[in-house]
Design a protein around this ligand. Structure first.
Ligand SMILES: Nc1ncnc2c1ncn2[C@@H]1O[C@H](COP(=O)(O)OP(=O)(O)O)[C@@H](O)[C@H]1O
Ligand SMILES: Nc1ccn([C@@H]2O[C@H](COP(=O)(O)OP(=O)(O)O)[C@@H](O)[C@H]2O)c(=O)n1
Length: 224
C-alpha cells in the first residue's frame, strides 16, 4: 500500500464522519486528523478572548499566535490549544453555534489548510471535514462524501447529547444543523461540496460498522 495513501471524508454535520474516520483509521492503522476540531479549537480561543468573530484578520492573528495539537492517546482523541487540553470545551454548544462563522474567513482557512496538509504529510492518513477532497487534499486516492437525512443527523446528535446528560431539543438541533450546513455550503472560499471524484455514501440506514466496511472496501479496490 502507498506510504502516502490519504482518505478524505467530507460531508454535512452529523453524517458520521468523525466516528467512521476514527474507526477506519484504527482498522487500517492510519493517522486520523479531525480538521473540524481545529476550527473548533480556534473558535473556543476566540470566544474566550472576546474577539469579534466577524473579524477575519483578528482571528487569523489569534491563530498565528496559537498552537493546536491533535493527539491520539489510549484510543481517545485529545485536542490541545497552546498545550492546554480543550477536548471537552470545543464540543460545547456556544462553540458549535459559532464555528461555521469562524471557519468562513478565507484568512483563517488558508492557515488551517496549511497546517492540515503538514499533518497529513506524516504518512497514511484519514482526514475528515468539509473541504478535504475538494481543497485540502485534491489528490487523495480515496474520497468519500458522507451524507444522511437531516432528521437522522439531528436524531444522532440528540442521542449523543442525551447520553452526555446535556439539555437539548430535537427540533432545535435540526435547525442548528441546517443552519450550519447552509453556512458551510454557501461560504465563498472552499465551501462544503462533493468532489467530482468522491464516492457518495448515504448513511441514513447504515450502521457505523457498515459505513466503515464500505470505505475499507473502497481502499482495497483502489489499492489492489
Ligand atoms: N451510521 C450511523 N448510524 C448511527 N449513528 C451514527 C452513525 N454514524 C455516526 N453515528 C452517531 O452520530 C453522531 C454524530 O456522528 P459524528 O461522527 O460526530 O458526525 P460528524 O463528524 O459527521 O459530524 C455520533 O453520536 C455517532 O455515534
Ligand atoms: N475541513 C473543515 C472542517 C470543519 N469546518 C468547519 O468546522 C465546523 C465544525 O466541524 P466538525 O467536523 O467538528 O463538525 P461536526 O459535524 O462534527 O459537528 C463545521 O461546521 C465547519 O464550519 C470547515 O469549515 N472545514
Amino acid at each position: 500500500m502507498d506510504e502516502k495513501l490519504k482518505i478524505a471524508i467530507d460531508g454535512p454535520a452529523g453524517a458520521g464522519k468523525s466516528t467512521v474516520a476514527k474507526l477506519v483509521a484504527e482498522q487500517l492503522s492510519f493517522l486520523y486528523i479531525d480538521t473540524g476540531a481545529m476550527y473548533r479549537a480556534l473558535t473556543w480561543a476566540a470566544i474566550a478572548a472576546q474577539i469579534d468573530l466577524n473579524d477575519g484578520e483578528r482571528l487569523r492573528q489569534l491563530l498565528d499566535e496559537t498552537t493546536i495539537r491533535l493527539s491520539n492517546e489510549d484510543n481517545k482523541l485529545n485536542v490541545y490549544l497552546n498545550e492546554a487540553d480543550v477536548t471537552q470545551q470545543i464540543r460545547q454548544n456556544d462553540v458549535t453555534a459559532h464555528v461555521s462563522l469562524v471557519a468562513s474567513h478565507e484568512l483563517v482557512r488558508k492557515e488551517m489548510v496549511e497546517r492540515q496538509r503538514q499533518l497529513a504529510q506524516q504518512g497514511r492518513a484519514v482526514l475528515d471535514g468539509r473541504d478535504i477532497g475538494t481543497y485540502v487534499l485534491p489528490d487523495a486516492q480515496i474520497k468519500v462524501f458522507l451524507t444522511a437525512s437531516v432528521e437522522e443527523r439531528a436524531r444522532r446528535r440528540f442521542e449523543e447529547q442525551q447520553a452526555k446528560g446535556m439539555e437539548s431539543s430535537l427540533e432545535q438541533l435540526k435547525e442548528e444543523i441546517a443552519r450550519r450546513d447552509n453556512l458551510d455550503s454557501t461560504r465563498a472560499f472552499a465551501p462544503l461540496k462533493k468532489a467530482d471524484d468522491a464516492v457518495e455514501i448515504d448513511s441514513t440506514n447504515l450502521s457505523i460498522e457498515e459505513v466503515a466496511a464500505k470505505i475499507i472496501e473502497l481502499v482495497k479496490e483502489r489499492t489492489r
